[in-house]
Design a protein around this ligand. Structure first.
Ligand SMILES: [Fe+2]
Length: 189
């Protein structure tokens, strides 16, 4: 599969959908792609880098972002939201997703953790907060699909130690990610 085909499958699926159904169309495409994990991994193999940074985005529009996200062993994100719905298809390796509820005062309540392996799909609504971490010896690589321009939306990140909510600021994100990675597990989990 070529990356252009991957982009086209999502853009075509979302083209005729009202905003409120766009996530269902995206999840349907992700579920089809489960049958060709190697093809998807191959299509995005040219993208380098780790985390969820701009280098790994291969499509960004006001209603859709597509990223390859690679978490090496030992890497854990701070709690964060996406400012829109998100769905992840794990392509290689394993990752744990810990899910939280954001309370009205900005504090977090831990809900549950999901262990995902290659071929697994997770969907997160727009109000979801999560921590993702690699649980395999090899990097966890996933296709991440978001219902907006995920690198431009208003988003929050939480300090992994104090759990104070901050506006997502990429210049400060890496420091939080390093402290999150040094911890023994996801906060409150
Ligand atoms: Fe995320």
């Amino acid at each position: 599969m070529k990356v252009a085909e991957l982009v086209e499958r999502f853009t075509t699926a979302l083209a005729g959908e009202a905003d409120e159904y766009a996530h269902k169309a995206a999840v349907a495409v992700v579920n089809e792609l489960k049958n060709d994990l190697d093809g998807v991994a191959d299509a995005v193999s040219y993208l380098t880098g780790s985390g969820g940074n701009a280098l790994q985005a291969f499509y960004r529009a006001p209603n859709l972002s597509l990223l390859k996200v690679r978490f090496p062993n030992g890497r854990r994100t701070p709690p964060h939201n996406h400012g829109t719905w998100a769905t992840i298809l794990v392509l290689e390796g394993s990752e744990r997703n810990s899910l939280y509820k954001r309370n009205d005062d900005g504090s977090l309540t831990y809900e549950r953790s999901l262990d995902l392996n290659a071929g697994d799909v997770v969907f997160m609504p727009a109000d979801a907060v999560h921590v993702a971490e690699c649980t395999s010896a090899t990097p966890a690589i996933g296709l991440h699909v978001y219902g907006g321009n995920v690198l431009g939306l208003e988003r929050s990140m939480w300090d992994p130690d104090t759990l104070a909510e901050h506006e997502l600021d990429w210049s400060k994100y890496e420091g939080l990610a390093q402290r999150a990675s040094a911890a023994s597990g996801a906060p409150l989990a």
